[in-house]
Write a protein that binds this ligand. Structure first.
Ligand SMILES: C[S@@+](CC[C@H](N)C(=O)[O-])C[C@H]1O[C@@H](n2cnc3c(N)ncnc32)[C@H](O)[C@@H]1O
Length: 309
């Protein structure tokens, strides 16, 4: 593993046995200092993880006959009694979307669902969608994210200086409690109202109205259960009946039956001449395992486009 992959992995809190030390470039003091700096930052929210990584690094370096930075032992002693986070504890995860573009998200990374929502942690589909927009600078007009969860996609769009050609960004989720965390996550990334045109608001599909100025909707991992798809399609249809021209929705293919319900809805919209749809991009096996994990099924980005009459 290269030094830069190692740092991407620990910032994302990759499980220890997926961290491969053989071949790791950390023989020089500068390389060792570089890793230690990252571990110290991580220790502020997850000392236990920093301790485990440092322990693993020291045992690797001890067998490689490399001179070990003395600070490594000092920090190991200091962190030795730390405890693992509880599933509901929060951590600040750093997502390296491109080599020089990172987003920090405070979340409960070990929780699947809690307090009646699946939005307490960041899901892989939002990493893939955020990276897609880092590469494809295609967004124009007012934007809206549906089901933003922890807010990774909105935070990356707002922070990415290259994506300044959109108008206003609406950051939405149906769960108003989550929106407080989203607000904190935007601040954590230096996003403020002085420099960015955005609004965080509750939008529960089928209940709350979609702002009529919105031209593009983005969403990640909002097709995880067939029971929520009819209301999701309702809000998408409402958008196309207003001013929406494009929808980009990233879906993890966990359950083909659930996605069949979504795709049937897409075919119905196409038959009604509301939109045409394609899959704009998909993950490939073995792609970016550090960020998506080795066992995440394929992620597809659906692109729905208004049919011009
Ligand atoms: C699996 S999480 C995905 C969160 C985020 N997009 C991500 O990829 O990390 C699904 C999100 O959809 C939101 N959601 C589910 N049903 C909803 C509804 N009917 N109206 C609005 N938001 C909803 C949840 O609150 C949750 O934040």
């Amino acid at each position: 593993m290269t030094l830069s992959d190692f740092k991407v992995a620990i910032k994302k809190r990759v499980v220890l046995n997926a961290l491969s030390t053989p071949g790791l470039e950390c023989s020089t003091q500068a390389e060792q200092d570089d890793i230690l700096k990252t571990l110290i930052e991580i220790s502020k929210t997850n000392q236990y993880y920093s301790m485990c990584v440092l322990k693993k690094l020291i045992s690797f370096l001890e067998t490689s006959e490399v001179e070990i930075n003395e600070d490594y032992y000092e920090y190991l002693m200091e962190w030795l009694n730390s405890q693992p986070l509880k599933p509901t504890d929060t951590d600040i995860i750093i997502y390296t979307l491109t080599h020089d573009f990172e987003i920090r998200i405070r979340e409960s990374p070990n929780i699947i669902s809690g307090l009646g929502t699946t939005g307490l942690r960041t899901w892989e589909a939002s990493i893939f969608l955020a990276q897609y927009f880092c590469v494809n600078k295609i967004l124009t007009g007012d934007l809206l994210e549906l089901g933003c969860g922890t807010g990774l996609v909105s935070a990356s769009l707002l922070k990415d200086q290259h994506v300044k050609n959109y108008g206003k960004m609406f950051v939405t989720d149906g769960d108003s409690q989550l929106l407080e965390t989203v607000k904190e996550n935007l601040i954590l990334n230096g996003i403020n109202h002085d420099e960015n045109n955005f609004e965080i608001r509750r939008l529960f599909w089928g209940e709350d109205e979609l702002p009529s100025s919105v031209q593009t909707i983005v969403a990640a991992d909002v097709t995880y259960d067939s029971s929520i798809i009819p209301n999701l399609l309702r809000v998408v249809r409402e958008g196309f009946n207003q001013n929406v021209k494009d929808v980009y929705l990233a879906a993890t293919r966990r359950n083909e039956d659930t996605l069949a319900v979504w795709e049937q809805g897409l075919n119905d919209g196409e038959a009604a001449h509301l939109w045409s749809w394609t899959v704009a991009s998909s993950t490939k096996e073995g792609d970016n395992v550090l960020l998506y994990g080795a066992h995440t099924p394929r992620i597809d980005i659906y692109h729905l486009q208004k049919i011009q009459s």
